[in-house]
Design a protein around this ligand. Structure first.
Ligand code: ATP
Length: 475
């Protein structure tokens, strides 16, 4: 029988006492430990040896901009990483979470807790050192509870390095700990629910429920009973008391998706709950008190809805205390590639020999408009994995609209009744610009003149739509 080699852990910490005590303890538990005192040395040994786990301090020389975390997640994504910090901050937690760390622990940490975290992280890792991730990889999101302990929740990584997403994370880090209601807007599939859940997980409410309430999925007639619950006999079919969805959000967060679709009479009912934090179950005469934070999302422009008299102004002001606007995917530049690579890692079946995307495929990703945003990108990656032959996903493996991103054929591809007016207008605008550039063979000055725009204005518009004028120049 061959003896299994011990699992190898890289311990990176600039505090000698802490580093050596930790390594000593882990060695006694049967692990092999290599210790380094700064991020540069950690990166050097990572190049030379395979590891089963990286255990790293946050504040140490060479890691002030989280260099080791970035390198670890980019080059050694298959090696789980636990961050241990004596100086926790919500922004470092957010950044660590985004980068996809496995765990986030606070110093001083009890050795038995450390052992549990180490074993859990290693268990998650694929068995072979150096092997790529082959299944959905979850990330543990840190939550500092009132008593200082850290608890973990398994959530998928949130990808975003673009300026637009950095601004979003900045707002998330500022508002997560408070109680203000938040309105998240953005086109369909931009990640509104992902951001809402991130806020919940980083808040003091994270131990309690995150209740998703899809306003379009509840029939108007059942809204009250689904939301507030009902008592036995309150109506035909109410055979026993039933707690509503809001009850599950007590102490936690209620996420109202598609809030813009809520009919006026139901808006009035919701307003009462948001104002008074009380509700009454159908058939009951006793109001119940709750303590809930409301996060709502919509792909409509709610201010326009208020103006048009379709959404109550008082409810709007109650819900949109903080407003987070998510940028469409086409404005996130290289995030598109990062997301595609993340989804590829998550969705790749075991044993697949696919390694990545061809340069042409990446180029198509960057040029395409992504009307369905991140959700569409995920679907495209999933579909391409199924179709690809060989080691790369090629342009030919992508859906037709992506193969010819400047082709107006994709205008018909999306069912216009499924998208918002803003999106429909946006698509029409893009169609117009594409035709205009084709007519003027990519000469921006001429196209701008006809459109009644300045050249700068035209450049801005083209950039926003991800259209490259040179593509329309005759060969
Ligand atoms: N920044 C991100 N990083 C990783 N995955 C993401 C990100 N944003 C969105 N996703 C993924 O994209 C998909 C759509 O996200 P989500 O449901 O949050 O979008 P949405 O804006 O709420 O959609 P809708 O408008 O249809 O309600 C999900 O699979 C989600 O996990």
């Amino acid at each position: 029988m061959t003896k299994q080699s011990p699992q190898r852990i890289l311990v990176a910490d600039d505090e000698p006492l802490y580093r050596e005590t930790t390594a000593e303890f882990l060695r006694e538990e049967g692990f092999e430990c290599i210790c380094v005192e700064n991020a540069d040395d950690a990166i050097t040994v990572l190049k030379e040896m395979d590891f089963d786990l990286i255990l790293t301090d946050l504040n140490m020389p060479g890691n002030l901009k989280l260099e080791l975390l970035r390198e670890g997640r980019e080059t050694y994504a298959h090696v789980p990483m636990i961050v241990i910090t004596g100086v926790p901050s919500i922004s470092s937690a957010i950044e660590s979470v985004r980068l996809g760390i496995t765990d986030y622990l606070l110093k001083p940490i009890k050795l038995d807790e450390l052992l549990v975290a180490v074993k859990r992280a290693i268990e998650q890792k694929p068995s072979n050192r150096g092997a790529p991730i082959t299944g959905p990889q979850d990330v543990a999101l840190p939550t500092q509870t009132v008593h200082g302990a850290t608890t973990l929740h398994r959530v998928p990584p949130v990808v975003g390095e673009s300026d637009g997403m950095r601004e979003v994370f900045e707002i998330v880090s500022k508002v997560a700990q408070g109680n203000a209601n938040v309105l998240v807007t953005g086109e369909s599939g931009t990640g509104k629910e992902v951001i809402a859940e991130m806020i919940h997980r980083l808040s003091a409410r994270s131990e309690r429920g995150f209740q998703v309430i899809d306003c379009t999925a509840i029939p108007d007639t059942l809204f009250e009973s689904v939301l507030f619950g009902h008592t036995q006999g309150a109506f035909t079919g109410a055979i026993k008391d039933q707690a509503g969805l809001l009850r599950a959000a007590d102490g936690g967060t209620a996420f109202f998706d598609e809030i813009g679709e809520l009919p006026m009479p139901l808006q009035a009912k919701l307003l009462r709950v948001v104002q008074s934090q009380t509700f009454t179950a159908v058939g009951s005469d006793r109001p119940a008190k709750i303590d809930t934070r409301f996060i709502c999302a919509t792909n409509r422009n709610l201010s326009d809805e208020v103006e048009a008299g379709r959404f109550r102004q008082d409810l709007f002001y109650r819900l949109a205390v903080i407003h987070i606007q998510l940028p469409p995917l086409r404005e996130r530049g290289q995030d598109i590639v990062r997301l595609a690579e993340t989804f590829l890692q998550q969705l790749l079946p075991a044993g697949s020999n696919l390694e990545g995307f061809s340069e042409e495929a990446i180029e198509s990703f960057l040029r395409y408009r992504w009307p369905g945003n991140v959700r569409e990108l995920r679907n495209v990656v999933e579909r391409s994995i199924a179709l690809a032959q060989g080691t790369n996903i090629r342009r030919e493996d992508l859906p037709v609209p992506l193969q010819n991103p400047n082709d107006t054929a994709d205008q018909d591809w999306v069912d216009l009744t499924e998208i918002s007016r803003d999106e429909a207008l946006d698509r029409a605008d893009r169609d117009y610009l594409t035709k205009l550039l084709r007519k003027h063979q990519g000469v921006i000055a001429r196209a701008a003149r006809q459109a009644g725009l300045s050249r700068q204005g035209m450049h801005k518009l083209l950039n926003r739509h991800g259209i490259i004028a040179d593509d329309f120049r005759s060969p």
